[in-house]
Design a protein around this ligand. Sequence first.
Ligand code: NAD
Length: 471
Amino acid sequence: MGRRIGVRDPRTGRQDHTLTCADPAEVGSAAVRSRAAQPGWLALGVPGRAAALRALRDALAGRADAMDAALVRDTGRLPVSRLEVDSVLASLDRWCDRAPDLLAEPGTVPTSMPGIGLRQSPLPYPVTGVISPWNFPLLLAMIDAVPALLAGSAVLLKPSEITPRFAAVLRDCVAAVPELHDVLTVVDGDGETGAAVVQAVDLVCFTGSVRTGRAVGAAAAARFIPAFLELGGKDPAIVCADADLDRAAQAILYGGTVNTGHSCMSIERVYVAEPVFDAFVGSLVGRARTIGLAYPEVTDGELGPVISAAQVEIIRDQLADAVARGAAVRCGGEIRVLGGGAYLEPTVLTGVDHTMKVMREETFGPVLPVMPFTDTDEAVALANDSEFGLSAAVFAATTEAALAVGERLEAGGISINDASLTGFVQDGEKNAFKSSGLGGSRMGAASIRRFLRQRSFLIRSPEDKAPWWFA
Ligand code: NAD
């Protein structure tokens, strides 16, 4: 019997669920089963694999209410749970539609060497490990699993121990699709189970904190397996003097507080041109005050509880540090324990600077510190003064003016005159800069190729009568 750990309900604070963590031997057995089943999965071809994943889509659509309910228990929030289910359904459709073209093999083509043909025929990594965090439990479990499966890899998925209840519904969906039984395996557990997954697979996709990402990257390097690391962020937004301030305030409020700020591409720092600073802050605070808490009913208000108990303490510490160093709380600012859950209204801080934790460390809560800048060079320098480089946002009067600022930012996904668009539009390839991650883009069509090992067959034509051997 594996270790058993209690799981907290974020709305009540009570541990009302028990998770049995798979030990390394169980993870190893699951990997052996996956590895044995993978050649049959690969042999189905892209059409067969797409058909199985469409069946998974239908199974999930048929259990959408059960999945919503499990996600609500995991996370304490309702509309974002529905959004997760809908976006996973849409992504299954999108990948299944596109996979035949993306994975088509061109056949034998001539090379630069007369008489030699080239056939490129990639081979998937047999078993992909997916290790996911708690902020979007279903979405981030499936974001890499779906393209990995279509590419022909089997998947061992280890969800976060903080939000594990949705896994039972996902297992029911997999059970409804016989082709997936041994190639999409969910293993329950915590960090120890995750570490065992890294030891058992051939490639790992990890989404989580920089700290754990470093450990996963080091373990993968020791085994010489590829690691795709999608880590934390401290995304800046820059508001130029000529920007539409009300639009910018509304977009930044959404980008900084949706899902209670539990989003890697959440806006966590706002830099505003000095002449419009007061007007922008006024607009932001006015709008922030209209956003309510999803309490006492989950159907109330917009912001659910802080999901992770550890995150409550991080947010509390950052707010206390900022206030102690002279920051002014313009709205929100107080973590309220309601019915056992910890809630924070959208919080706007001014009087902030880069000595404060709230400007340097990931907050992962609905907190928007706003700081003035005098010219574009200063705004760019402040935005780039971070160990993170995930995404960013720029607001200006014209697209060209905003792009000119965006070009100077050290980040992989930059929203122009909007915020956090990379969460909704996944067409573009982007890399995480600096400590925000490592490895090829998880977005854009080419991301499916991460799961393939390239192979070249170099083919001497039988008609070629003049090989060079010892010529
Ligand atoms: P975390 O690093 O604590 O945990 C993530 C996962 O890693 C969990 O499943 C955990 O059980 C597992 N884990 C822990 N120790 C491990 C080990 N030694 N080896 C293998 N696995 C291990 O992160 P979290 O608190 O669950 O998630 C929040 C973080 O995720 C934030 O920093 C956020 O920015 C980041 N995130 C990044 C993206 C992105 O796309 N860049 C998306 C969402 C979240």
